[in-house]
Design a protein around this ligand. Sequence first.
Ligand SMILES: Nc1ncnc2c1ncn2[C@@H]1O[C@H](COP(=O)(O)OP(=O)(O)OP(=O)(O)O)[C@@H](O)[C@H]1O
Length: 216
Amino acid sequence: MLQVENLKVNAILEMDQVKIEANKVTCIIGKSGSGKSTFLRLLNQLTSPDEGNIYFKEQDITELDPIQLRRMITMVPQTPVIFPGTVRDNLLVGQTLSGMDPTTDSQLMQVLNRMFLNKSLDMPADDLSGGEKQRLALARAMLLSAEVFLLDEPSSALDNTTATEVIDAFTAFVKESNKTMVMITHDLQLAERIADATIDMNQYSLSLDRKEYSNE
Ligand SMILES: Nc1ncnc2c1ncn2[C@@H]1O[C@H](COP(=O)(O)OP(=O)(O)OP(=O)(O)O)[C@@H](O)[C@H]1O
């Protein structure tokens, strides 16, 4: 579904051939600073490589309109983007922007419940805690018609139990709707449990201290 060929971002990463399969969960692991977020940002053109190509369904992504590309490949950043307004406004913002019919309140409550967010749709979104905002951003992503979800450490502000529940629920959503998920995580146990495939950025990194990495 996504394929990388001879990709280079100067001084940050170099990847010869990497494939991400459709309808699978791929976890991105690696040390802090190894280039995990950079790799994710390359996949929906938030960053451009210095060399090489990225293909989405065999088409070079530079030939696609970035806005359209991001409708198909959507990113949930580590720090959630929360817009002024209520929880409802925030859930509907992607749909409004892409001209989709807004979802009913009962459907909105369903996605909130799936993300274990037991809050009123009328609550100002800015009053949510950091971890609640992350779950709101994940619930919002579930309402989009994207094919690929890029998740950058989606559970970084959640305690372990909530993180497990939320990631498992999002993974179940991805599987049952035949979507593709690419998730950065520091949690190797989590990666082992949910990933169909794992990409270890340490091996592609130009930014790590190589001495430290090779333990010499
Ligand atoms: N815009 C930029 N300009 C210059 N260097 C950058 C830029 N963005 C990232 N870097 C550098 O590239 C390297 C990889 O950064 P990146 O954020 O991709 O790593 P990461 O693996 O996601 O790290 P973490 O786990 O700490 O979030 C780092 O050394 C970082 O300082």
